[in-house]
Design a binder for this molecule. Structure first.
Ligand SMILES: [Zn+2]
Length: 81
């Protein structure tokens, strides 16, 4: 999966998708990230649920926010652990 982040022209993180990002999937991996760490995958409307499910299936805390975010200040749903 391509995770390149380009602030100039934010695009969906889904491999081979060139659509403009409309949402930010904010998450962290509890095994390697501290509790205040945030990772962000940008997503288009079509792929936001795919990306969210991918992370949720691994029991990672994940939250979807509208627009392009750097994840700072976003509260994650930590309840799945
Ligand atoms: Zn997409």
């Amino acid at each position: 999966m391509i995770l390149a982040f380009s602030p100039d022209s934010p695009q969906c993180s889904r491999a081979d998708c060139r659509a403009d990002a409309t949402r930010s999937v904010v998450w962290r991996n509890p095994k390697i990230h501290s509790a205040d760490r945030r990772k962000v995958w940008l997503a288009c409307d079509e792929h936001v649920e795919y990306l969210r499910s991918f992370l949720a299936s691994r029991a990672f805390p994940v939250t979807v926010v509208d627009g392009v975010s750097d994840g700072s200040g976003v509260a994650l749903d930590e309840g799945a652990r």
